[in-house]
Design a protein around this ligand. Structure first.
Ligand SMILES: [Fe+2]
Ligand SMILES: [Fe+2]
Length: 476
C-alpha cells in the first residue's frame, strides 16, 4: 500500500503523486468542491470544530481528532487495503480475480452506479446546511459537522473513481455532482429522499437513522463489487458511516428518553406544553423518514439490478456469508406486489428480486432501533410503543406506489387517505411545533429541553473519550 502523504494538497493512499495527470485533474476539481462547500455547506460561522480526520485507513489513523477550521478540513482519498488475492464472490465471473480496471463492457453501468451513490453524499450536506443555527448542544453541533465533512469526503471518494477510471465522461460527471442541488427545481438530486428538507433536529436524527442507513446498505452492495477500487472505497466509507448511524440511533434515543421522562414526571401524554416532543409526533416523523427511505431501494423487482448482479457490479448485503451458489439462477423470492389491486406477495426469480432482498435486510436492521426506543419507554414504565409502519404505507416507488395504505397495512381509498394522513405523517402544525422548540444552545455542557444529553454526561458521554461538556465547537 502507498503511504498517505500530507505534504500533498489532497491526502491520499492511492499514490496520487505518481500520477500527475490524475493529480492535476483532481486539483482542478478541488476549488470547485471548496466553493460548493462555501455556498452549499454549513451556514453557521465557526472558528473551529473538534473533528476526526482520516489520515490513514489503518489503526488509529482513520480517526485523527483535533480542533480544525472546517474550510481547512483535509478531505482525503482513502481506499481500504488491497487484498491481492481477492476473487469475485458472485455472478457470472465468480471465482475470477477482482478487476483492477473497468471492463469496457460494464463501463456505462459502473459509472452510473458510482454517480448515483456520489450524488447522495453532497445532497445530505445541502439538506442539513441550516441545522447549525438551531443545534441543541455543542456536542450535537459537532456531530452534525462531522457527518457533513465525511459526506464531503464520500463525494471525494466517488469523484476519485470517476476521475481515475472513467476519463473525460467521468470528469464531466464529477462536475455535475456539484451542479445538482438538493431540492433544486432545475437540477435536483437524483433520488427523492435527497430532495426532502431536513429542517429540524428531529428530522436530522431520523434522517441519520433511516436514510444514512439506506446508504450503509447501498455501500454494502458496492463493497462486494468485482471492480476492486470501488469495493475498497466503499469498505472504508462504511467504517465512517458507523458514526452517522450512531448519531441517528442515539439521537432518537435521547428524544424518546426526554419525552418519556416528561410524561412520567408530569403524568401526562401531552408533553408539548412542557417543551418536549409528544410520542405521536415522534411516530409521525419516524413514519415519514422510514417510508421515503424504503423508496430508495427501488422497485421490488428490477432486471437492471439482476444484470448488475450477474455481471458482478453489485452484490448482496454480506454476500460471502450467504449459503447459496452466489449465482441464483434457480432460486426464487417472494416480493411485495399488488394482486388484483390488493396488497399481496408474488414469487419471482431471486435475481430480479434483489432489491427486495436488500430492503428486507434493511427493514430487519431498522426494527432494531424501534426495539431500543421501546425499551426506553418500557423502562420508564410507559405502555406506549413505537413501531415501523407497513411497507405499503406512504410509498412513491414500487408496487405500492399506486395505492394508499394505513401504517398497519389496511388499504385506503384516496379520500380515506386524505382524511387520515394527518394522523400518520407530520402536519404543518406538527412541523411548526417541532421548529418552535429548535433554539440553539451553544453553552458548554448545556442542552435543549426537548432532548436528553447522551448517557454518561456531563463528565462522560462525549466524543473520543471527551466529556459531554467539552468545547467541541468554537463559534465565530
Ligand atoms: Fe456517505
Ligand atoms: Fe452517512
Amino acid at each position: 500500500m502507498t503511504r498517505p502523504d500530507y505534504a500533498e494538497k489532497i491526502p491520499n493512499n492511492v499514490g496520487l503523486a505518481e500520477d500527475r495527470r490524475l493529480q492535476r485533474a483532481l486539483e482542478s476539481w478541488q476549488p470547485d468542491f471548496l466553493s460548493w462547500w462555501e455556498t452549499m455547506g454549513p451556514t453557521l460561522p465557526t472558528q473551529d470544530v473538534y473533528l476526526r480526520t482520516a489520515t490513514d485507513v489503518r489503526g488509529e489513523g482513520w480517526a485523527t481528532f483535533g480542533h480544525v477550521p472546517m474550510i481547512d478540513y483535509r478531505w482525503g482519498i482513502f481506499l481500504a487495503d488491497r487484498n491481492a488475492d481477492r476473487r469475485i464472490a458472485f455472478g457470472r465471473h465468480k471465482g475470477e480475480p477482482a478487476w483492477q480496471k473497468v471492463p469496457g463492457e460494464y463501463r456505462a453501468e459502473l459509472q452510473r452506479l458510482i454517480v448515483i451513490q456520489g450524488d447522495t453524499e453532497p445532497a445530505s450536506v445541502e439538506q442539513q446546511r441550516n441545522l447549525g443555527a438551531t443545534a441543541p448542544s455543542l456536542y450535537d453541533l459537532r456531530n452534525l459537522f462531522q457527518v457533513n465533512v465525511e459526506e464531503g469526503r464520500h463525494l471525494w471518494a466517488m469523484v476519485y473513481l470517476l476521475h481515475a477510471y472513467f476519463g473525460r465522461e467521468g470528469r464531466a460527471e464529477a462536475e455535475e455532482l456539484l451542479r445538482r442541488n438538493s431540492g433544486s427545481a432545475d437540477s435536483p438530486r437524483i433520488l427523492g429522499a435527497f430532495n426532502e428538507e431536513t429542517p429540524d433536529w428531529l428530522s436530522f436524527y431520523m434522517f441519520t437513522y433511516f436514510t444514512d442507513r439506506d446508504g450503509k446498505y447501498q455501500l454494502g452492495t458496492l463493497k462486494e463489487s468485482a471492480f476492486d477500487p470501488l469495493s475498497r472505497t466503499c469498505e472504508f466509507m462504511l467504517k465512517e458511516e458507523a458514526h452517522h448511524m450512531m448519531v441517528g440511533t442515539t439521537g432518537v434515543d435521547r428524544v424518546v428518553e426526554r419525552t418519556a421522562r416528561v410524561m412520567v414526571e408530569n403524568d401526562t401524554d401531552d408533553v408539548a406544553a412542557h417543551g418536549a416532543i409528544p410520542l405521536p409526533v415522534i411516530q409521525k416523523y419516524l413514519n415519514f423518514h422510514y417510508s421515503v427511505s424504503l423508496d430508495l431501494f427501488g422497485g421490488e423487482t428490477s432486471t437492471n439490478v439482476a444484470n448488475y448482479y450477474t455481471a458482478g457490479l453489485k452484490g448482496r448485503w454480506l454476500e460471502e456469508r450467504r449459503k447459496d451458489d452466489h449465482q441464483l439462477a434457480n432460486d426464487s423470492i417472494m416480493v411485495d406486489s399488488l394482486v388484483d389491486g390488493e396488497i399481496s406477495q408474488t414469487e419471482v426469480m431471486a435475481l430480479t428480486g434483489l432489491n427486495t432482498d436488500l430492503r428486507r435486510e434493511y427493514i430487519a436492521d431498522c426494527s432494531g432501533g424501534v426495539k431500543r426506543w421501546n425499551r426506553i419507554l418500557e423502562e420508564a414504565g410507559l405502555p406506549q410503543r413505537l413501531y415501523l409502519p407497513h411497507a405499503a404505507f406512504n410509498r412513491r416507488v414500487g408496487a405500492f406506489a399506486a395505492i394508499e395504505a394505513s401504517p398497519t397495512g389496511e388499504q385506503l381509498t384516496p379520500s380515506e387517505w386524505d382524511a387520515s394522513k394527518g394522523q400518520w405523517l407530520p402536519t404543518a402544525t406538527d412541523k411548526a411545533f417541532v421548529r418552535s422548540l429548535m433554539r440553539p444552545v451553544y453553552e458548554r455542557g448545556k442542552i435543549a429541553a426537548w432532548v436528553a444529553p447522551p448517557r454518561g454526561a456531563p463528565r462522560g458521554g462525549g466524543i473520543n473519550g471527551q466529556p459531554f461538556d467539552y468545547d467541541y465547537v468554537h463559534l465565530a
